[in-house]
Design a protein around this ligand. Sequence first.
Ligand SMILES: NC(=O)c1ccc[n+]([C@@H]2O[C@H](COP(=O)([O-])OP(=O)(O)OC[C@H]3O[C@@H](n4cnc5c(N)ncnc54)[C@H](O)[C@@H]3O)[C@@H](O)[C@H]2O)c1
Length: 382
Amino acid sequence: MTVTVPVPLGERAYAIRIGAGLLGQAGAEIAPMLRRPRLAVVTEATVARLHLAALEESLAVAGIEARALVLEPGEAAKGWHGLERTTEWLIAERVGRDDRVLAFGGGVIGDLAGFAAAILRRGVGFIQMPTTLLAQVDSSVGGKTGINSPQGKNLVGAFHQPSLVLADTALLDTLPERDFRAGYAEVAKYGLLGDAGFFGWLEANAPALASGDPEARLHAVRRSCEMKAVIVVRDETEQGERALLNLGHTFGHALEAATGYSDRLLHGEGVAIGCTLAFDLSARLGLCPQEAPSRVAAHFAAMGMRHRLADIPGTLPDAAGLVALMGQDKKVRDGRLAFVLARDIGDAFVARDVDLGRVEALLAEALAGRGRRETVGGKTRR
Ligand SMILES: NC(=O)c1ccc[n+]([C@@H]2O[C@H](COP(=O)([O-])OP(=O)(O)OC[C@H]3O[C@@H](n4cnc5c(N)ncnc54)[C@H](O)[C@@H]3O)[C@@H](O)[C@H]2O)c1
């Protein structure tokens, strides 16, 4: 079954198509959007090895000639060098303003190829074919594209909406467990920020989701996309409400920076740890019930996810160092850091008046707990 979630953004409106096996229909889905039967596909080596032949076949059946740029997998591709390589390749392939670029991969490829499309000839249309859970529920929707700067995450970018999103949930079968869990943090985030009923559904059904149940997957991806679409339509360029989608991200981005955007911490893992910290902070500030952070942590633990500072291997900066890293985040406005806090599960809000001393104290305590855990039984967890 294929379902459609509309993103009604006026002349930038598009459809998110979700279903198991959509890869086989990609050609038929995409063909009506092309002025000429050619498509520039930007992908990376892991996705190419597993799924590019099937995509090319599906495109060929629809009479579309595909050319593919295969980048190295991983976050490092999402930088200046990856952007230059991708943009120059698109120019060399003579991709014009009437053509479409297909981003075929996870959030890294979607962000990078989307940004290259945004700046190529002042804007070429692009299609997202997300292959990770994170990309299917989050990064492929909403038009945020960009790259990392050595000075911080996603600091260079543009809003550029895709013209179509094709999320084949069967592609998640090949996703490594760690990446699945990291993407799941973004799914849980939707329940935590705005739909307590969905969070309750996840508590009951996430194990089925993780073990590959097709209906559970379809529901989780669809509900996540619906929630993101509603928020994006109300606040496309993040002047207000869209910031709710950053639940867990102010902490998470600082942790990603602290770990050098490396394998030590995946983006979604930073989000899960960040969500736990955001609920902890909300409870400490007397904003939400004391049980809420325990419920969040218990669910992440039940899913086998990294969700505490103690779960990050290696050394981290001290609490003041982490707060300083948060200052580099895009969510700083008028010198104030924005935190997404919660009144309860499913009821988040943006706060700009958080006392950074309280944040530092929370982090100091979490880091101390980390030290204790690392030396349990005389063994250091590294
Ligand atoms: N634009 C946005 O709104 C937005 C939102 C959230 C996150 N992001 C960005 O997304 C990025 C993270 O995305 P991600 O977690 O998808 O990372 P990713 O693109 O690096 O993919 C994760 C890993 O999964 C592999 N992979 C991808 N699809 C696979 C498949 N079907 N089978 C097997 N392996 C597969 C990749 O090779 C990679 O090793 C970050 O850069 C983050 O900043 C953007």
